[in-house]
Design a protein around this ligand. Structure first.
Ligand code: B12
Ligand code: SF4
Length: 512
């Protein structure tokens, strides 16, 4: 069977590498895109080929690419099935639009969609979008071949949600795949695109021009932070590939010339023995690439940091989230400030080049004082980089459920939206206050860094400056202080729209 597989993404998470940053010697005809590769379709394509199917992959990352081009490519290809893959709520409108255009061209070709958001909202999507024929819930490695084998008998495909006689039918859920070692390695060569390691920002923040790709060595996370979808996607389980299987893929990437690899595992640091074996393997095989990963500060594997450094781990990101125990507890983070300090200082002491801290601001019950405490905490930690993002609510998270229970979200009408908590929750600081206090916090943080750690700050800026124009670097540094103009009206829950409320009613609740 012939499958046309498209990864649909948000425009703001990729862009073409500007000509002046392109220092490659030869023009090999490949497009250079600053962004993450589409690991979902890269993972599924070789699995389908192994079942005898033909697959053409398509990534909508070219900023000049219009929906018409994807439709045209699909028409040229004449596939038996179109599979659309996308990650988040934010991409759903683009997926709907693409499905509509594809159906206008070739109405008889079935369209199946999958990915994190689709898995969580399968029945709603089918109720909402007549152009999508079915949704594959969860992992696609077994589901997709099963679906292609049973195109005329969709009722027999576990994990499939489809339509029958105008009704949405939810087949039984597929069990999680137990043996993740059984599949071929992802296909990173068929797409005519080189992905450039960069930060998803509104300036071209290139981190390196080394050949770059992503890789997944484990799936899921056993924790349950209130803002995170992973526990429901992975049903609270953490599953992993064996060190040998991981090292086999790493060897392949090394031999293909990849010199920078980012592990997209939800929590890489879970198992001490596995990390040790992977790192020993990297060292023994003399693999050349540098790599980065994310994990929790309380992981037992924090004691593997010296070995990770030896194995060329140059980037480690921790979910720090907040500088007060009160907010950490509200987020159900199940970690302490002490653990954060310990993990960050240990990572730096053992020579991890870039340690990043993810912070969340505007959590329920968080005051301006608490936000400033987070910035002060960040200034005290030996972090190299940090990001302070506003808390958002996505369907499938405990926070979303809490908002349903509190009468803020109407699941029937709001399922396809995502919300900044400050726009909808009266116990969260209003947006104007968040922006004001964030600017103040950044000023404090930058001043402290320059005064207390001038050499490290200089080195960091030099690293960014290696591949960035001076103007862009200044713009990047200035961006936290930029007065934010709203590019879109905030998404609001149906109940606030009914009541014509632009802001949640905060009278009763005081949070300053
Ligand atoms: C890496 C990553 C990113 C990267 C982007 C990666 C890329 N390719 O462009 C960056 C950092 C840019 C990013 C950005 C964002 N992300 Co993100 N991201 C992830 C992360 C950690 C891993 C994704 C990954 O590589 N998975 C590995 C591959 C192999 O898995 P997969 O793509 O899911 O594919 C499997 C299945 O889904 C299925 N499948 C996939 N496609 C299809 C198609 C069909 C037809 C079928 C049947 C099956 C199927 O089979 C595959 C193999 O089993 C996930 C967490 C997660 N575990 O999913 C969050 C996650 C997807 N991101 C999330 C969010 C919210 C975002 C942002 C909106 C964040 C923000 N506020 O800006 C943006 C939006 C990006 C966008 N839509 O373009 C949320 C989504 C929640 C939601 N309900 O929407 C997640 C789940 C994280 C979380 N903690 O909740 N992200
Ligand atoms: S935020 Fe991190 S630790 Fe918390 S549930 Fe999600 S993946 Fe696990």
């Amino acid at each position: 069977m012939n499958v046309f597989m498209v990864y649909v993404r948000d425009e703001n998470f990729c862009r073409l590498l500007p000509k002046e940053l392109d220092r490659s010697r030869s023009d090999n005809g490949r497009i250079k895109v600053m962004g993450f590769p589409p690991l979902g379709i890269q993972t599924l394509a070789p699995v389908l080929r192994g079942h005898g199917h033909q697959v053409r992959m398509f990534d909508t990352c070219h900023p000049h690419m219009q929906v018409e081009h994807v439709v045209q490519a699909a028409e040229e290809e004449g596939p038996d099935v179109i599979a659309l893959s996308f990650l988040s709520t934010t991409t759903y409108p683009a997926v709907k639009n693409l499905a509509r255009q594809l159906k206008l061209g070739e109405p008889q070709i079935p369209i199946i969609v999958g990915g994190a958001f689709a898995s969580m909202n399968s029945d709603r999507i089918l109720g909402d979008c007549p152009d999508i024929d079915c949704v594959g819930v969860g992992e696609g490695e077994e589901l997709l071949p099963d679906y292609l084998r049973n195109l005329s008998d969709p009722g027999s495909v576990d994990g499939l949600v489809w339509r029958h006689a105008g009704k949405v039918v939810q087949n039984v859920l597929r069990p999680l795949i137990r043996d993740l070692n059984q599949f071929p390695y992802p296909d990173r060569t068929s797409l005519p695109i080189d992905y450039i390691e960069s930060l998803p920002l509104d300036v071209p923040a290139v981190l390196s021009l080394d050949k770059f790709c992503t890789m997944q060595t484990s799936r899921g996370c056993p924790y349950s932070c209130i803002y995170c979808d992973i526990p429901s996607l992975s049903r609270g389980k953490w599953r992993y590939r064996s060190p040998e299987h991981v090292l086999g893929e790493m060897q392949q990437l090394n031999d293909l010339g990849y010199r920078s690899i980012y592990l997209t595992d939800d929590h890489f640091l879970v198992n001490r023995k596995r990390i040790s074996e992977v790192c020993q393997g990297i060292i023994k095989r003399r693999l050349q690439f540098q790599w980065g990963c994310e994990g929790r500060v309380d992981a037992v594997a924090v004691d593997q940091l010296p070995l990770m450094k030896k194995a060329n781990c140059t980037y480690l990101a921790f979910g720090v989230e907040a500088g007060t125990q009160k907010v950490l507890d509200r987020l159900n983070k199940k970690q302490t400030l002490k653990q954060v300090e310990y993990a960050v200082s240990k990572a730096k002491r053992h020579g991890i080049k870039r340690v990043h801290g993810f912070f969340i601001i505007s959590s329920p019950g968080e005051t301006e004082k608490d936000v400033m405490a987070s910035f002060r905490f960040a200034a005290r930690l030996k972090l190299d980089t940090f990001g302070f993002n506003r808390l958002c609510a996505y369907r499938g998270t405990p926070l979303w459920q809490e908002y349903i229970n509190r009468g803020i979200i109407d699941d029937e009408r709001d399922w396809h939206k995502w919300f900044k908590c400050s726009d909808i929750d009266p116990t969260v600081l209003p947006s104007a206050a968040v922006n004001r206090v964030r600017m103040k916090g950044y000023a404090l943080l930058f001043a402290r860094r320059i005064l207390c750690r001038p050499i490290r700050t200089y080195k960091l800026l030099r690293m960014f400056g290696r591949h960035m124009k001076k103007f862009d670097l200044l713009k990047l540094l200035w961006s936290p202080f930029r007065r934010r103009t709203l590019t879109r009206n905030p998404e609001l829950p149906a109940m606030m729209i009914d009541l014509e409320l632009a802001e949640p009613i905060r009278d009763i609740v005081s949070i300053t």
